[in-house]
Design a protein around this ligand. Structure first.
Ligand SMILES: C[S@@+](CC[C@H](N)C(=O)[O-])C[C@H]1O[C@@H](n2cnc3c(N)ncnc32)[C@H](O)[C@@H]1O
Length: 357
């Protein structure tokens, strides 16, 4: 839908658009409720239900369940039966509940609603200075972040993307020592460790909620003997090393000191290391109006990434819209030769860069 937005700058066109957005925003909030109260999982696991049955299954208020089910039917998310039961179609259950499906999009809604809940603090920061630290968004923000990236990092990264970067695939196949900077919930580390049985990975992050989850994920996947997670500010140094492969997945733009982080990675790199940064697929320059991906990135930036990074004094304040030139400038300032975007398709709102030593 590139360029489809607001070519007509009239009051009625914007009014119509805001009306539609109001409906959609409330429907997103209703998805958050359905996930939080277990209504979707109960419909999916135990089949179609009347509102009383669903209330019974989930220990929630029958009157509230009736309103939600009717609202979900009106929104086209559940379907109705003649006998008064409501059904969650299998495809919708996949998008809402299937943790391994590339269509699992409920966590994105969860993250955005979690950010919206912090709007008063964000507005205060934007007025008075400072920001809203990642931790202030609560554990929900961290777990939604892990969940959003899980299907891609656990499955797609090793299966579809790494083979398209031959030097990375070769290095991993040889049994590399890998550093995963800003590792979050550990899905990239676990996904690579499952696919490459000879590698060892150190993950580094400052988010304790994420690190605890990452350790559990490595244990559950049976790779905890080769995948370790460390609490460390990547701007100040990495224990271990030298590493044969270093990667930073969707995190550089969040880091208050991105050049220091890249310098740390540069110092920890073996002489022939492969250094990969995956970050947002921001357009090279501002497009206005822009496509959905750019609009999503600006949304992330305004509501989450910029408030977080602004909470650190002296921050580079990059925001989610990290353009290729910005990333290349950071890389060069950190002592790399540059940051080359790689030709890997189907990476959605991400772009993969190789940093030259
Ligand atoms: C958007 S999340 C991405 C996490 C993970 N790589 C993924 O793709 O799911 C950004 C991560 O960077 C981490 N982070 C931010 N600043 C950091 C720093 N200075 N050192 C290490 N990790 C940092 C955050 O705690 C967070 O887990």
């Amino acid at each position: 839908m590139k360029g489809a937005l607001m070519t007509e700058h009239t009051a009625s066109a914007l009014s119509e658009r805001l009306f539609g957005q109001s409906v959609i925003t409330m429907e997103a909030a209703s998805v958050w409720l359905g996930q939080r109260l277990g209504w979707y999982s109960a419909l999916s696991e135990d089949g179609p239900a009347t509102s009383d049955q669903l209330a019974m299954r989930t220990g929630t208020q029958p009157r509230a369940v009736r309103e939600w089910l009717e609202q979900q039917a009106a929104a086209g998310i559940v379907t109705t039966h003649q006998d008064g039961r409501f059904e969650l179609p299998a495809g919708h259950a996949e998008a809402l509940l299937d943790r391994d499906s590339p269509n699992w999009t409920e966590p994105l809604v969860r993250q955005i609603v979690t950010a919206i809940l912090r709007l008063p603090a964000i507005a205060d920061a934007y007025r008075s200075g400072g920001g809203v630290p990642w931790q202030a968004y609560g554990a929900d923000m961290s777990s939604a972040q892990g969940d959003i990236n899980r299907p891609l990092l656990l499955h797609v990264l090793a299966r579809d993307w790494v083979p398209r970067i031959p030097e990375l695939a070769d290095r991993l196949a040889q049994g590399a020592r890998v550093a995963d900077i800003g590792c979050g919930h550990g899905w990239s580390a676990v996904g690579l460790a499952r696919a490459y049985s000879e590698i060892e990975i150190d993950g580094f992050d400052v988010d304790d909620v994420a690190l605890a989850a990452a350790r559990e994920h490595a244990t559950d996947a049976g790779v905890a003997d080769r995948v370790r997670f460390h609490h460390a500010d990547a701007a100040t140094g990495l224990s271990g090393g030298p590493y044969d492969v270093l990667m930073a997945v969707e995190c550089l733009h969040d880091m208050p000191r991105p050049v220091d982080v890249l310098s740390t990675m540069r110092r920890a790199a073996a002489p022939d290391a492969v250094v990969i940064v995956i970050d947002e697929a921001a357009d090279p320059v501002l497009a206005a109006p822009a496509d959905d991906i750019q609009r999503l990135l600006y949304g992330f930036s305004l509501l989450i990434c910029l408030p977080d990074t602004l909470s650190h004094p002296g921050s580079a304040a990059t925001g989610a819209v990290i353009r290729p030139d910005t990333l290349a400038a950071y890389a060069i300032a950190a002592g790399f030769a540059g940051a080359e975007p790689l030709d890997v398709s189907d990476t959605g709102f991400w772009r993969i860069y190789r940093l030259g030593l």
